[in-house]
Design a binder for this molecule. Structure first.
Ligand code: CA
Length: 346
């Protein structure tokens, strides 16, 4: 089957990046200031500073919400993209600039959804450091612009979503019934150094290390016990966490029993069970049958859905590979369409 052949399902890709050109200009200012984190210099310094055709192609595509993007979707058989503000989103900007960037991204994505309602849906950005305004912006984006979730590009200047300052924002997402998409960014502060000096800080491994940590912090902090209606979607097949679930459960139980860490307290469920009750996985950047089948086997076929990771990992052949996954047709319909439709309320 070629990617453009019509399968008996709509292909929805749920982790597809967008950036307003004006936000990229703000990133250039941060880079020029000489005060940016090494992680931001590694990530956006490359994409905005390199003359290589790979990063240039990404930047050319990432600001488009019209013909260019839709032509790429048509060429690869993607019926709908769920758009979100690219990593690191608002989360490297100062408080006021972050609020401005979130509103701009949400307005633009809202306009694209209104212009192409069968091709685009979108997630809301917020400036996380000002929780009251973040709550208002999330409410506006969901109730007025029709956006379908909240994008969190992992840590906020070294703070994670289990920090109490972010609780009201997550509570708002839960109250609105929309999921939080936990998306990677580079490791914070000096933590990135061992990854960076080896060239392993980006999507190759560092993102998964960072975002897997973030997902586990959300679980072990008891966040899902305090917010039982919170839904989290995480890409890259769970950032390595599914492969470690047995060991995580085993060691967590030991740590609870021994009282070794103040931060580790009893939970209502084993850590692994939250991946079956509150968390959904996507295949962004991981179009690899053995890993997809393993993830489905441990969290359930009803919790793993398709994402491409456009334009960072824009590989036409992967759609045909995903069409050829060895699952029954009804499960493939769920993988490409059904799960995303329910989780994001499309
Ligand atoms: Ca991505």
């Amino acid at each position: 089957m070629t990617p453009t052949a019509r399968p008996p399902y709509r292909r929805i890709a749920v982790e597809e990046a967008y950036a307003p050109a004006e936000v990229l200009d703000e990133y250039r200012k941060v880079l020029a200031s000489g005060e940016a984190d090494l992680g931001f210099v590694s990530l956006m310094g490359y994409f905005l500073g390199s003359d290589h055709p790979q990063p240039r192609g990404v930047i050319e595509r990432i600001t488009d919400l019209g013909e260019r993007r839709i032509a790429d979707m048509d060429a690869t058989g993607i019926d709908m993209q769920i758009l979100s503000l690219t990593s690191p989103g608002t989360q490297v900007l100062d408080v006021e600039t972050a609020k401005w960037a979130a509103q701009l991204a949400n307005d633009r994505i809202g306009e694209a959804v209104a212009a192409h309602p069968t091709r685009f849906a979108g997630l809301a950005a917020v400036g996380f450091e000002d929780a009251p305004s973040a709550i208002d912006e999330l409410d506006r984006a969901v109730t007025q612009l029709g956006l379908k979730g909240l994008i969190a590009n992992s840590h906020v200047k070294g703070q994670y979503l289990d920090h109490p300052r972010f609780f009201p924002i997550l509570e708002k997402a839960a109250d609105l019934g929309v999921p939080v998409y936990l998306h990677p960014q580079t490791l914070p502060g000096s933590a990135i150094r061992p990854w960076y000096e080896a060239g392993l800080d980006g999507a190759v491994w560092g993102f998964a290390a960072e975002t897997g940590l973030h997902l586990l912090r959300m679980i072990t902090s008891g966040l899902f016990d305090r917010l039982p209606n919170l839904k989290v979607v995480v890409g890259h097949l769970g950032e390595g966490v599914p492969y470690f679930l047995h060991r995580i459960d085993h060691m967590h139980a030991k740590q609870v029993a021994s009282g070794r860490y103040e931060a580790i307290k009893p939970l209502q469920q084993r850590p692994s069970e939250y991946l079956k009750t509150h968390i959904w996985l996507t295949t962004s950047g991981m179009p690899w049958e053995p890993a997809i089948s393993f993830a489905r086997s441990v969290v359930g076929a009803d919790r793993v859905m398709y994402a491409m990771d456009y334009p960072y990992q824009f590989v036409a052949d992967e759609v045909a590979d995903m069409d050829a996954l060895p699952y029954p047709d009804d499960e493939k319909r769920e993988f490409f369409e059904g799960i995303a439709t329910r989780v994001f309320g499309l």
